[in-house]
Ligand binder design. Sequence first.
Ligand code: FMN
Length: 366
Amino acid sequence: MTKDPLRTKLCDMLGIEYPIVAFTHCKDVAVAVINSGGFAVLGEAMHTPDEIVADIKWIRERVEGRPFGIDLVLPASSPLSETLDDMLAKIPETHREFARKIKQEFDVPDPKGPVALHQWGGLNQEIARRQLDVLLDERVPVIASGLGSPAFILDAAHERGMKVFGLVGKTRQARRQLEAGVDAIIAQGYDAAGHTGAVGTFSIVPDVVSIAGDTPIIAAGGVTTGRHLAAALCLGAAGVWTGTLWLASRESDVDMIIKEKLLAAGAEDTSWSKSISGMTMRVLKCPWTEEWAKSGAPEVLPAPYQMLLSSDYIQGANDNRRGDLMTEAAGQGVGFLTSMKPARQIVFDMVEGALDALEQLTGEPE
Ligand SMILES: Cc1cc2nc3c(=O)[nH]c(=O)nc-3n(C[C@H](O)[C@H](O)[C@H](O)COP(=O)(O)O)c2cc1C
């Protein structure tokens, strides 16, 4: 009997059917993917400890003991305990002036409430630590760190029977995390949505696989179809980690205006820009990213200061649902999103597409 090509060491480690990981901020998407045989990691970096506890409970009540993950951001570069007001006071007048110019030129409305960044784990290390403590108390099956090495929590997590995944954009980051003993690495390429490095998915994945030994490597960046899943397995990955794919799903709580923009967008409608957070980040192009890309724009501030500066624009656009201004993290694979499908259908289409692609290669039904 031939081996099931979709049954990988990641499936064995997590007890899941398909090696498909959804990164999402939407609990309904997470539960739909988990209950369809995949794995989901919920992004909680923007939430208070109480909100995180409530979300974990909500998921546990719906997945019948199946595992799930929670993602935080743990950048070592963030300030220790500065408050939002301390940080806002450090933004130079030149940068405020440039932001005001954009606001005026594009008629960007004011946000409807205070800037919702005070609880972001990337703002300072005290906030991130409080979020992390909740995950340890709750013994969530998997902790993932989207930014920054999670090596310092390995002992505490392993003592509690939890697994720790690290996301990297460079092979040397992967090497350090592998030496520290992380349980899996997400090797993410330039195509990806959100914070991402300069190395392409086809280059980083096999490079990290080559140094990983038995540790599962999960490919990320542009993975949106079954062909991508098949290709990732051929590159030596034990699964795929996907973000953009779920944004326009039926269950997704993303604003319908953004869903429509995503369905209409192609790879070239994304921008790899530091202008949102101070770190390279792939998002849908919008006036904010385009103005900062022009010559004469001030140099982008380091994280988290640039994020504080951009948040007035982002929140003003979102709160007032101005489609011409709104943006969202989106990867180059966005062009493969063509309809609003239920998450369960997305999982099954990816599985079927991967099996078809592999069958075409070998001439044998898998
Ligand atoms: C809307 C959105 C928000 C994201 N926010 C985070 C985040 O908070 N933490 C994180 O680790 N990754 C975040 N990511 C990146 C994903 O974890 C994932 O690595 C990326 O989407 C993979 O590339 P793909 O979009 O091409 O599938 C985000 C992605 C999207 C689409």
